[in-house]
Design a protein around this ligand. Structure first.
Ligand SMILES: Cc1cc2nc3c(=O)[nH]c(=O)nc-3n(C[C@H](O)[C@H](O)[C@H](O)COP(=O)(O)O)c2cc1C
Length: 292
């Protein structure tokens, strides 16, 4: 493994030892910083030591200055600009029939490289379908999955199985959120595409079942993606129905080429928004408990 500190250029400021989340860098009797060999196995490869170093003296295995550590942009949004981006964002469910250039999809996905992560972010995958026809072909299977939800929840044995196999959170989401939607028949394709909403782009975040922190990482990455889409003038929305259907319907998983041992966590739909919203929506999302 390639870990090194160039002692000829190191200024001995020790900031690297301060910021390392796993305390992998120590200081020896000669006041030189060094990677502690027995701690290398807990290095997160987060790159914080390299980012804080004023002389570019540190190498972490797999990371390189210039490629992975880049100069900070000169522009930096203040709080007001950040809130402005957030308040302009909407879950867009009405799209123009206009394709999204591949470069924009790349720009969107690139923002994920700046996201925080838990455990092993490299285990996260995203399957991108920038092709409306291909998305449309998946819809009948998703419709059938929604039809089946009614049967499963109405059947005590099937619903107990979902609860046992998928856990209480997923069970409650299916029973209290998806089941009423399924019962209403609102998603029926004869009414149009109320699943992927006519979006030209679908991004499915998935990882090997059981991969460390992959659920959390998927939601964080998907959040970056919807905000990046907003910043580019596109519209986007998270979609939980598509991944749920993929995880249950084998033909869908195969159709999207998602490995058999992977589970889909969340999807994002994106495209050019048809309508402009006039107001921001300020919700009381959080119960705040001050324990000062
Ligand atoms: C985990 C998650 C799953 C979601 N799944 C869907 C979905 O399947 N279909 C959909 O139309 N919107 C979905 N949404 C979008 C929410 O419904 C949306 O955020 C909510 O309606 C509030 O609207 P806003 O995003 O414009 O503030 C999902 C959002 C999250 C966070």
């Amino acid at each position: 493994m390639a870990y090194s500190i160039n002692l000829e250029t190191c200024s001995k400021c020790r900031l690297c030892t301060e910021v390392c989340p796993s305390h992998v860098i120590g200081v020896n009797e000669n006041k030189e910083t060094y990677f502690i060999p027995e701690r290398l196995s807990i290095c997160l490869k987060c790159g914080q030591c390299m980012a804080v170093c004023q002389t570019g003296s540190i190498t972490v295995d797999g990371l390189a200055y210039g490629r992975d550590l880049i100069d900070l942009p000169g522009v930096y949004p203040g709080y007001d600009q950040f809130v402005s981006l957030l308040s302009h964002r909407r879950s867009v469910r009405n799209y123009r029939k206009k394709p999204v250039p591949e470069e924009m999809v790349q720009q969107i996905l690139e923002t994920v490289s700046y996201a925080p992560f838990g455990a092993s972010p490299e285990k996260m995958h995203v399957t991108v379908i920038n092709n409306r026809e291909r998305i449309e072909k998946s819809l009948p299977d998703i419709e059938r999955f929604l039809d089946n939800i009614v049967k499963w929840i109405n059947n005590p044995i099937a619903s107990t199985m979902i609860r046992r196999k998928k856990g209480v959170e997923t069970f409650n989401t299916v029973k209290n959120h998806l089941y009423p939607i399924a019962l209403s028949g609102n998603y029926k394709l004869e009414r149009g595409d109320r699943i992927t909403r006519g979006a030209p782009v679908l991004m499915i975040f998935h990882a090997e079942r059981g991969a460390e922190e992959h659920t959390s990482n998927a939601f964080i990455f998907a959040t970056y993606v919807i905000l990046a889409a907003q910043a580019l003038g596109l519209g986007a929305a998270m979609n939980g129905i598509v991944p749920a259907a993929i995880n249950k319907v084998k033909s869908l998983q195969e159709y999207f080429n998602i490995p058999e041992n992977h589970e889909a966590v969340i999807a994002v739909i994106a495209g050019w928004p048809k309508y402009k919203y006039q107001k921001a929506i300020k919700r009381k999302h959080l119960h705040i408990h001050n324990f000062n």
